[in-house]
Design a protein around this ligand. Structure first.
Ligand code: URA
Length: 437
């Protein structure tokens, strides 16, 4: 096989066979296909796309490029969830313990934040001593003993994806549905849960800027799951404004603990309870969403859900007292309240802008490997649709020093649009995509 023939074929709108895709991925992983040829190939895929069969083949080839954990051979059912990322997205922190408290195991590898979106690993590392770098044996042991494990993404799984993603990042080929779908699904399939729930976000704070793009990505991933016998469901959810009120690390973990106590903000709580219920139905733990909702409510009211979070924190070396008493979590030394510059209804809050402001406080990273400050972030005091009086609290800044708090104030206010008339709030969950039977 000649790489150049495959590049020109895709450039001209052709398709690849299963064998050709395996050959390309094996060659690139082993270094026999150079970056410049793979870059050209990625651009051809970006421009011409891939059909469902090619996308599934690409995903499987990436799964086979490294080790596989096959968690469902040891614990079954075992669920995984993935969010395409957003601002204030603490959903995993609440859904994982909720589902585990309802008796379904959760084995999850999760990423660090980059750019304006946060990462679950960084939020968890707000807890003193908590560690996410687990050996394969520890991952399995914690999963078996506690029905829940929340680890960092291992570079031994789907290594072709790591290499391809780095190349896509510098060649303008990130925003391709088959490439994103195969990248996400290869990492999930290499872990090997039996059921996967995807939260595909769209809006100013998300990767996919509009609902139709999110739907296409969701359909592609559900189809990859179906073809690989991995029961996959995707929720399409809005990221037109940050989720909940808290944006940062420890501050988001605090909000997740509130959600597990049943006293979190309405929007993000509803999303967490729905995702948990969906997973209980997918795995057959509940016959329908109504029964699942009852299980979820019982886990919250009995305290089992928050206890499960404390349990996994302790199992991974963290100080569980910080979950039992969130006042023990790290807090920023400076708090500055930004008042509303005018009276009116909030018509829009630019999630990306809010995420970038939180990053400038140290809560996120500008480049891979940057340290994050777990103490800093933002606490919104009002959301879209709320009426706010001029001078009333709008956003609380949690900063390391007064200068950093001062520097972001005008950028923060520029994220808001105001209306004199009441504003309609669109639903957070727009659609659920389930596999075709
Ligand atoms: N997240 C991934 O893991 N891969 C992509 O290609 C995009 C987002």
């Amino acid at each position: 096989m000649q790489t150049v023939e495959l590049i020109t074929r895709k450039r001209d709108g052709g398709t690849f066979s299963t064998e050709e895709i395996r050959w390309l991925i094996a060659g690139y992983t082993q270094g026999t296909i150079p970056d410049y040829q793979m870059a050209a190939l990625l651009m051809a895929i970006y421009l011409r796309g891939m059909d469902a069969r090619e996308t599934s083949d690409l995903t499987l080839a990436m799964v086979n490029s490294g080790e596989q954990l096959r968690v469902n051979t040891q614990v079954s059912p075992v669920v995984d969830k993935h969010s395409t990322g957003g601002v204030g997205d603490k959903v995993t922190l609440a859904v994982a313990p909720l589902v585990a408290a309802c008796g379904v195991a959760v084995g999850k590898m999760t990423g660090r934040g980059l750019g304006h979106t946060g990462g679950t690993v960084d939020k968890l590392e707000s807890v003193t001593g908590f560690h996410v770098e687990l050996s394969r044996a520890d991952f399995m042991r914690i999963l078996q003993e506690h029905q829940i494990v929340l680890a960092g993404q291992s570079s031994d799984l789907a290594p072709a994806d790591g290499k391809l993603y780095a190349l896509r990042d510098v060649t303008g080929t990130i925003e391709s549905i088959p490439l994103i779908a195969s990248s996400i699904m290869s990492k999930k399939m290499a872990v090997g849960a039996s059921h996967l729930l995807l939260d595909v976000k769209f809006g100013s704070g998300a990767f996919m800027k509009n609902r139709e793009q999110a739907r296409q990505l969701a359909l592609a991933m559900v189809e990859i799951g179906r073809a690989a016998n991995l029961h996959t469901v995707a929720a399409i959810t809005s990221m037109e404004q940050p989720l909940g009120y808290a944006i940062g690390n420890a501050i988001e973990l605090r909000e997740a603990i509130d959600i597990l106590h049943g006293r979190g903000p309405a929007d993000v709580s509803e999303l967490c309870y729905h995702e948990a219920a969906e997973l209980l139905v997918m795995t057959g733990k509940a016959a329908d969403l109504e029964t699942a909702d009852q299980l979820v409510t019982a886990a919250i009211q009995s305290g089992a859900a928050v206890k499960k979070l404390a349990e996994v924190i302790a199992a991974q070396g963290g100080d569980a007292r910080q979950i039992e008493n969130p006042d023990l979590l790290p807090t920023a030394p400076i708090r500055v309240m930004v008042p509303a510059p005018q009276s009116g209804y909030i018509a829009a809050i630019n999630a990306e802008g809010i995420g970038l402001a939180s990053m400038s406080l140290g809560a996120g990273r500008f480049k891979k490997g940057d340290p994050v400050d777990h103490r800093t972030g933002l606490l919104l005091k009002a959301k879209i649709g709320d009426y706010v009086q001029a001078g009333a609290p709008l956003i609380e800044i949690h900063a390391r020093n007064p200068e950093e708090a001062q520097n972001i104030q005008s950028a923060l206010l520029a994220c808001y649009q105001w209306s004199e008339r009441p504003v309609q709030v669109l639903p957070l969950i727009c659609d659920i995509i389930r596999p075709q039977k």
